[in-house]
Design a binder for this molecule. Structure first.
Ligand SMILES: [Mg+2]
Length: 295
């Protein structure tokens, strides 16, 4: 892998190419640089990989000025969180206020001084990375490193809407470790946690990109299988069921029960879909555990 790919990405927007060149020279040892000399192009680059971590945006540009670009970026959920620093020849408090009102994080006036540009860019990139990290932590289950319930509730409706729009099959699997309470009672919570981590590892190892594996809480997990019909889901779950049975984490016999369901035409929200998977896992418990039921 190219190590430069780990560098944060800065998008430079200025109608004067010489200005871009100047700033790029200050920044290109620390950052990957993308450039645009007009507003419209900058909007495209803001949603194209590599997605910028920060945008340095000239205000005075013909056709679409920096304010307009900023408004458009802030209105689009995909780009709203990218920090913007305005760069301008104007040294005017009212202009500065307008820029900050529009959602820019900072304001640098020309003539540009390299040390100032670098310091501001560094500071805002660091803030963004910290914010991204916090957000990630808020959405990840700290014990198992699967997604948490919060993430699932935010993301599942998008998955469902996508599946409906593209008429693509989507399956939901509810997974519940059997007799987990007695694992905790017999072996203690430390071992119980290790069992949860091991089971989560099996679940995660069997998901593809686009699938969602989440810990709902306690010993309950949920899998959303993207582009997956019920037959494929069942064979995947049978594989996972078997892998968990053979796992014996900490030398403890562990099994799990599974409830699976597919997204149906009348599912217009997460709830009805979820309830069917929940019903199926209860059925699996009732019918003797360590098994799969379909609802
Ligand atoms: Mg300009």
């Amino acid at each position: 892998m190219n190590p430069t790919n780990d560098k944060p990405v800065v998008l430079l927007v200025d109608d004067v190419a010489a200005n871009i060149q100047l700033v790029a020279n200050f920044l290109n040892d620390q950052y990957r640089i993308k450039v645009a000399t007009e507003g419209k192009k900058s909007l495209q680059l803001a949603v194209t990989e590599p997605i910028p971590d920060l945008i340095l945006l000239d205000i005075e540009m013909p056709v679409m000025d920096g304010y307009e670009v900023c408004r458009a970026l802030k209105q689009d959920a995909e780009t709203a969180d990218i920090p913007i620093i305005f760069v301008t020849a104007k040294d005017d408090d009212a202009e500065e206020e307008l820029g900050l009102e529009l959602g820019a994080v900072d304001y640098i006036t020309k003539p540009l001084r390299p040390a100032i540009v670098r310091a501001r860019v560094n500071a805002h990139i660091t803030l963004k990375q910290q914010r991204d990290q916090l957000q990630k932590m808020a959405l990840i289950d700290q014990l198992t490193h699967l997604y948490n319930r919060h993430y699932l509730i935010e993301t599942a409706p998008l998955k469902i809407a996508n599946a409906i729009r593209h008429e693509s099959p989507l399956c939901m699997v509810m997974i519940d470790i059997d007799f987990f309470k007695s694992v905790n009672d017999l072996y203690g919570h430390d071992k119980g946690d290790k069992v949860l981590q091991a089971v989560a590892g099996v679940i995660k190892a069997n998901t593809r990109q686009g699938d969602i594996a989440a810990r709902l809480g306690g010993e309950e997990f949920l899998l959303l299988l993207d582009h997956c019909d019920i037959e494929a889901a069942i064979s995947k779950i049978e594989f996972i069921r078997n892998a968990i049975e053979e796992l014996k984490p900490e030398g403890i016999n562990v099994t799990a029960s599974f409830g699976v369901t597919k997204l149906m035409d009348h599912d217009d929200d997460f709830d009805s879909f979820y309830k069917r998977a929940d019903k199926a896992v209860y059925l699996a418990k009732d019918n003797g555990r360590n098994r799969i039921e379909i609802s």
